[in-house]
Design a protein around this ligand. Structure first.
Ligand code: HEM
Length: 323
C-alpha cells in the first residue's frame, strides 16, 4: 500500500463523518434528544482526530502521483489549499465538541452558546470538507481542458471560499522563513507537552495505585490544563507539519506518533464513555481503582510515552519512507 492508497481509503471519512454528524446534531434539537446530541458530538471528536492522518496521507499521495500523465499541479494545489482551510474548522469543531461533552456532565450542563458554537463550526467545516472532496475528485476527473492548463473555473461555493484558501507553498514558506518563529512554535509545543504529561501522568499514576493517599477528584480538576496543552500542541503541531510536510510524511517515527495519538483518542473514549470514569471519579484516599481503570490508565501512559519518544526520533528517521 502506498500513500495514495491510504489517502483514498481515508479521505471520505471527514466528509461523510461531518455530514452525518451535522444531521444528527440538528435532529437532536427536535424533542431535545440528549443521546443523539451526545452521539453527534462524539462523531465530531472522532472524525476530527481521523482528519489528521487523512490530511497527512494527502501530502504523501501528492508526492506519489506528482508528475504522472494527466495530473495537473494547479488542481492538486487548489485541493491542498481547500484542505488546509477546512482542517482548522474541523479541528475547532472537534475541540468545541469535547468541551460540550465535558460540560454536559457537569452541573448546569452546556449552555445554548456552547451548542450554537458547535453548530456554526460544524456547518462551516462540513461545507469546507465538501469543497475539499470536490477539489480532490477534480484531480482525476477534471473539467475538460483543466488538466492541460486551462484556467480553473469555480462553482458558487468555490468562488466564495477560494479567496480564503491559503496558497500551500506560500503558507509552507511562511512557517520556515524565520528560525525564531520555528523555535517559538517548538517552545510552545514543549510547554503543551509538559502540561499534558504533568496532569495526565499524575492522574493515571494515582489510578494505577501510586500515591493512594491522594483523592482523585481534586487531581482531575486539573484536566483543563492538560486540555489547554493538547490544544496548544495540536495547533503548533499542525503549523510545524505545514512548514515541512514532505519531511514529516516520509518519516516512520512521525507516523508512529500519529498512530499513538489516534489510539489515545480511543483510550479517552473507553475511559469516559464506558462508565470507567464514573467508577473512579470519587476515588477517596486509600481507595483502589478497578482493574479495567488501571489497564486504561497504564495504556494511556504508555501511549503518551510513545508520542514523546516517537517525536524525539523524528529527526533520526528522516526519509525512512519512500513515496
Ligand atoms: C482533510 C483533508 C483532505 C480530504 C478530506 C481530502 C479528500 C480527498 C478526496 C475526496 C479525494 C478524491 C478521491 C477520489 O477521487 O475518489 C482526494 C484526492 C486527492 N487528494 Fe485529498 N483530501 C485531503 C487532504 C489532502 C492534502 C493535504 C493533499 C496534499 C496535496 C491531498 C492530495 C490529494 C491527491 C494528490 C489526490 C488524488 C489522489 C488520486 O486520485 O490518486 N489531499 N482527496
Amino acid at each position: 500500500m502506498n500513500f495514495d492508497h491510504l489517502h483514498l481509503l481515508l479521505n471520505h471519512v471527514p466528509i461523510i463523518g461531518f455530514f452525518v454528524g451535522v444531521g444528527l446534531f440538528v435532529a437532536s434539537f427536535t424533542g431535545s434528544n440528549e443521546d443523539l446530541r451526545r452521539s453527534s458530538l462524539i462523531i465530531f471528536a472522532v472524525v476530527s482526530l481521523l482528519t489528521i492522518p487523512t490530511f497527512v496521507s494527502g501530502v504523501g499521495a501528492d508526492r506519489t502521483i506528482a508528475g504522472q500523465a494527466g495530473i495537473s499541479d494547479a488542481l492538486v494545489r487548489r485541493h491542498e489549499g481547500a484542505a488546509m482551510l477546512g482542517l482548522w474548522f474541523v479541528m475547532a469543531t472537534g475541540a468545541a465538541a469535547v468541551v460540550v461533552l465535558w460540560r454536559s456532565q457537569r452541573p448546569g450542563g452546556a449552555s445554548r452558546g456552547n451548542l450554537a458554537t458547535v453548530l456554526a463550526l460544524a456547518l462551516v467545516a462540513s461545507i469546507l470538507m465538501g469543497r475539499t472532496g470536490n477539489t480532490g475528485g477534480d484531480i482525476r476527473h477534471p473539467e475538460p481542458g483543466a488538466a492541460a492548463g486551462a484556467p480553473i473555473t469555480e462553482g458558487i461555493v468555490g468562488s466564495i471560499v477560494h479567496p480564503f484558501e491559503p496558497a500551500p507553498d506560500g503558507f509552507t514558506n511562511l512557517m520556515v522563513a524565520n528560525k525564531w518563529w520555528w523555535a517559538f512554535m517548538m517552545v510552545l509545543h514543549f510547554i503543551g507537552l509538559s502540561l499534558i504529561i504533568g496532569v495526565v501522568g499524575v492522574i493515571n499514576l494515582r489510578i494505577m495505585g501510586f500515591a493512594r493517599e491522594l483523592p482523585l477528584a481534586p487531581l482531575h480538576r486539573l484536566l483543563p490544563l492538560a486540555m489547554a496543552g493538547l490544544g496548544i500542541n495540536i495547533v503548533t503541531g499542525m503549523l510545524a507539519f505545514i512548514g515541512m510536510p514532505t519531511y514529516y510524511t516520509a518519516d516512520i517515527a512521525f507516523w508512529f506518533k500519529i498512530a499513538a495519538l489516534m489510539l489515545l483518542g480511543l483510550n479517552a473514549a473507553v475511559f469516559y464513555l464506558t462508565g470507567i470514569f464514573h467508577r473512579v471519579e470519587r476515588l477517596a484516599p486509600g481507595e483502589d481503582a478497578t482493574l479495567s481503570a488501571k489497564i486504561v490508565a497504564a495504556s494511556a501512559l504508555a501511549l503518551w510515552f510513545t508520542v514523546i519518544i516517537a517525536g524525539r526520533y523524528i529527526q533520526h528517521f528522516e526519509d525512512s519512507l519512500r513515496f
